[in-house]
Ligand binder design. Structure first.
Ligand code: BGC
Length: 354
């Protein structure tokens, strides 16, 4: 079986009957469905023509949000009337396969996934022409928009579940992409302005030495800043600051085709992440640098083992002393990581485009 078909198979095998994707089947800490992982996995399936899988995930998110409708309304009405909420009282980044919220001590307050699912919904409608879905999902879509409107510039945990006291570049990329994409169908001036405000926020608070910053308190680059260009298009790949950001990510974080999250990362030593390598490859395609992208694709595919693609590889790490403590704490690196397969599918599709 070729690796494209293998990625599709592994994703299908890890999609529950509810439509939720499990982040990784062999890594107990990841036995949940994340809105962020899931949206990018479902997008990989969409571009490969596996639209039923995408629709099932979208439906799971809708049903999950409807299940928590009362909580969401309490938050929205509460915030509108000046009430403050502790992070754990807000919406989580991950749910159980049945859409329940699990109380544990792992930081769970992240808002990026709520933007990502709106973006996925708009992409799905564009590809399939199924505009009726917007009618069917109107309540969950509206709740998501109301939630984002109130929280977009508030500190929350980033896409790596860290630094909960800050505002992050990749989070704003997801929220901007979500609001902008869904507004292609809603056509509301207020949402158009909201997306514009997010972009201004990034330009005013997240630029240092001519490149974008990881978050409002850290002027280093994080490879997730690539999301500003792809797929959320806050900035084009030829925009000066974006170009500088991509170049700095390549300089600081790319090694032999593998891309690290950020230089100070010590999770499993801080190795090379397959999703981020695929991301850089896609961005290289957009820059017209196909040869570079091809080298990265080869690297990504060479990491696939018998059971699939891992989350990261620890051949070249930031800090080797942090590898063993993580293995002892949570077990070997997650493999397969379903998101790695989702990004692989998207990368393959982008490589086919002229
Ligand atoms: C990553 C998240 C991801 C989660 C599940 C975490 O280690 O930081 O980005 O959503 O794993 O894959």
């Amino acid at each position: 079986m070729n690796l494209r078909d293998q990625s599709i198979k592994i994703i299908n095998e890890n999609q529950a009957s509810t439509g939720a994707y499990e982040a990784s089947p062999n890594f107990p800490t990841y036995a949940y469905s994340w809105l962020r992982d899931g949206s990018f996995i479902a997008y990989g399936m969409l571009v490969q023509g596996e639209t039923e899988s995408t629709k099932a995930f979208l439906t799971w998110v809708h049903e999950t949000l409807m299940k928590h409708q009362e909580k969401i309304q309490e938050i929205v009405i509460g915030m509108e009337t000046g009430k403050t909420f502790a992070p754990e009282e807000l919406l989580p980044t991950r749910y159980t396969m049945d859409g329940e919220i699990e109380e544990d001590d792992w930081p769970n307050f992240q808002i990026d996934g709520y933007g990502a699912w709106l973006w996925l919904l708009a992409e799905y409608i564009q590809k399939t022409g199924d505009e009726y879905l917007l009618v069917q999902f109107q309540q969950s879509v509206r709740m998501t928009i109301d939630y984002i409107k109130l929280l977009w510039d508030k500190p929350n945990y980033d896409c790596w579940e860290e630094f909960g006291d800050r505002v992050h570049g990749s989070t704003l990329a997801c929220l901007y992409g979500g609001i902008n994409s869904i507004n292609r169908y809603l056509g509301e001036m207020e949402l158009f302005q909201l997306a514009a405000e997010m972009k201004v926020y990034v330009e005013d608070n997240l630029v240092a030495s001519g490149h974008f910053m990881k978050n409002n308190m850290d002027d280093s680059v994080d490879a997730s800043l690539l999301w500003l260009a792809y797929p959320f298009e806050m900035f084009g790949v030829n925009e000066e600051r974006m170009k500088n950001t991509i170049a700095k990510i390549e300089e600081d974080l790319l090694d032999e085709g593998g891309v690290k999250r950020y230089l100070a990362d010590t999770y499993y030593g801080g190795g090379q992440w397959l999703i981020l390598s695929s991301w850089l490859g896609i961005v290289n395609v957009k820059q017209g640098k196909r040869d570079k992208a091809k080298g990265i694709l080869e690297w990504v595919e060479a990491q696939a083992g018998k059971i699939g693609m891992p989350e990261q590889v620890s051949g070249i790490v930031n800090d080797p002393s942090h590898v063993t403590p993580w293995v002892e704490k949570w077990g070997p690196i997650a493999e397969p990581l379903i998101w790695s397969h989702g990004m692989h599918l998207t990368f393959l599709k982008e490589m086919e485009r002229k």
